[in-house]
Design a binder for this molecule. Structure first.
Ligand SMILES: Cc1cc2nc3c(=O)[nH]c(=O)nc-3n(C[C@H](O)[C@H](O)[C@H](O)COP(=O)(O)OP(=O)(O)OC[C@H]3O[C@@H](n4cnc5c(N)ncnc54)[C@H](O)[C@@H]3O)c2cc1C
Length: 491
């Protein structure tokens, strides 16, 4: 039977935001909704999921867009999106983060408004605190080190914070089962007759006429189909959503001409303003005792590489906020392997309010060719990010030198961060995998997430966050999706 093509709402991208949108909008049985996702749909039966995707202790790398790629490009390709491959951490930003968003998007984007949705999300995602019994000796020593250095304890890092502090971010996990967004949201909606889920379906581009989208061209398991709807919600993520807009002729005219695409709406913000939390790591050499303690924890099936975050403020930070996350980590290497019983230990300094801005461009009009992504980490013209990064490494070294931690590990490299060259630091740059901003509120979408110049098209995912919050990005993305889903449902 040919695929049904006409719906009230098409949700294009079945990740973190897309699952919320499809679930919320199909609550009204009179509204037909179709969720379109390029990756597989493993469904509600846990037994059909790959074991690694269910294991909250690891970051799986199977259902991703590019198996071989620069680490910052890792992005999931599966119903449930990056919640199926991520670290399961939930933290929340500062009042100043939300003030920036509300100034562009209105009251719905304020700390108060999104705070309400944060509570709903926390319940759906079953956030749980980390009990002391789950901590590795490295994690419990890190908590002791932070206390010794005078950081205040932050009992719930997923709640609004008032400044620097330390704690264990709550996780969306039941025991060690990764409670991804497909389980948390979509499963309750799967049996609704007004919801269709199309997996293995890659959105090529949107077709526009007279300022409206008239169809979405989709590769459905090799067959080209055009799906139609009254309203189109693009939720393909920070790398996927601008790619679809650009292929549809919505973006900077100059760039579209370079790749041979006719401009339909000249929107310079599409693909611009890419921001990620950059990082530098202080590598440490574990003692034999630490390796042995970690091995025992691993054998007990209880080893998480990162359990502790310390929110720290440098002299560059706004009053009452923080501009660093310091993460003491100890576990299996994220990249590469080590012999059994040996672990990668370090303290990462993540820049939570970086000034550098990157961009995404198409390399080709062909949807089979991945985009050109330049996160441009540590490139701001004033060099502020490098200064914050150096300070972050100093604070990491201070932690490593504290009595609770120096008993377990020692710095691998004695070079002081102040003496390391800019080039050397840039060559060590990593990210927190929190890209945002490529379809930013204010530049590309309005407060209702409607794309400027197109009547019936909204973008709802991490790409519309206009400035990066001082937090991990899953919780704010979910809260924004809940807020906007409510608005669309009530129209
Ligand atoms: C390795 C990793 C670790 C992370 N750890 C954490 C963490 O611990 N805590 C935290 O808060 N955040 C974390 N994040 C970030 C968090 O997962 C993201 O901020 C969040 O998933 C963004 O949601 P989204 O809906 O914008 O995009 P996604 O969840 O990535 O969803 C986008 C979906 O769109 C689909 N798609 C894209 N293009 C197309 C197309 N053309 N056609 C059809 N479908 C398409 C994709 O396949 C994907 O399923 C991590 C991310 C990664 C990658």
């Amino acid at each position: 039977m040919p695929e049904k093509t006409g719906y009230d709402v098409l949700v294009l991208g079945g990740g973190v935001a897309g699952c919320v949108l499809a679930t919320r909008l199909s609550e009204d049985p009179s509204r037909s909704v179709c969720l379109v996702e390029a990756g597989p749909d493993y469904g509600p039966d846990r037994a059909k999921w790959p074991a690694k995707a269910l294991d909250a202790r690891v970051l799986p790398r199977d259902d991703v867009w590019e198996k071989q790629s620069a680490p910052y490009r890792i992005r999931a390709k599966v119903v449930g999106g990056s919640s199926c491959v991520n670290g399961c951490w939930h933290t929340w930003g500062s009042a100043s983060d939300f003030a920036e968003w509300a100034a562009l998007g209105g009251a719905g984007w304020s700390a108060d408004s999104l705070g309400q949705f944060r509570r709903i999300v926390a319940e759906k995602m079953r956030l749980r605190a980390i009990p002391a019994s789950e901590l590795s000796v490295w994690s419990s020593s890190s908590l002791a080190a932070a206390a010794e250095l005078g950081y205040p304890e932050d009992a719930d890092m997923s709640a609004p914070g008032v400044g620097p502090g330390y704690g264990c971010p709550p996780v969306n996990a039941i025991g060690d089962l990764r409670w991804n967004v497909a389980f948390a949201y979509l499963d309750e909606a799967r049996s609704r007759p007004n919801l269709r889920i199309l997996s293995g379906a890659t959105v090529n581009r949107l077709v526009l006429a007279d300022g409206r989208v008239t169809g979405a061209e989709v590769d459905l398991a090799g067959e080209q189909v055009t799906l139609t709807a009254d309203t189109y919600l693009l939720s393909a993520g920070t790398y996927g959503s601008p790619s679809v807009l650009l292929r549809s002729g919505i973006g900077p005219a100059e760039h579209l001409a370079e790749v041979g695409i006719r401009t339909v709406v000249d929107l310079p913000g599409v693909g611009a303003n890419l921001v990620d939390h950059s990082c530098l790591v202080l590598p440490l050499t574990p003692t034999a005792e630490l390796n042995a303690a970690l091995l025992a924890k691993e054998e007990a099936g209880d080893l998480y590489a990162s359990q502790v975050a310390i929110k720290a403020a440098t002299e560059f930070c706004d009053e009452g906020a923080w501009d660093l996350h310091l993460l003491p980590t100890a576990g299996a290497p994220l990249f590469g392997t080590l012999p059994r019983g040996r672990y990668e230990v370090g303290i990462a300094a993540f820049l939570m309010k970086p000034a550098s801005r990157g961009r995404l461009r198409l390399r080709s009009a062909d949807y089979g060719v991945g985009p050109d992504i330049d996160p441009a980490l540590f490139t701001d013209p004033d060099g502020r990010d490098l200064a914050v990064g150096r300070r972050g490494l100093e604070l990491a070294a201070e932690l490593a030198a504290s009595a609770p931690l120096k008993a377990w590990a020692s710095p691998r490299d004695e070079t002081r961060p102040q003496d390391a060259s800019d080039e050397h630091l840039r060559s060590r740059a990593g990210t927190y995998w929190h890209p945002i901003g490529t379809c930013a509120l204010g530049d590309v979408v309005d407060g209702d997430a409607k794309v400027q110049g197109v009547e019936n098209l909204h973008v709802i995912d991490a790409s519309i966050l206009p400035t990066i919050p001082r937090s991990n990005t899953q919780l704010p993305t979910l809260a924004v999706a809940e807020m906007l889903a409510g608005r669309l449902a009530n129209r």
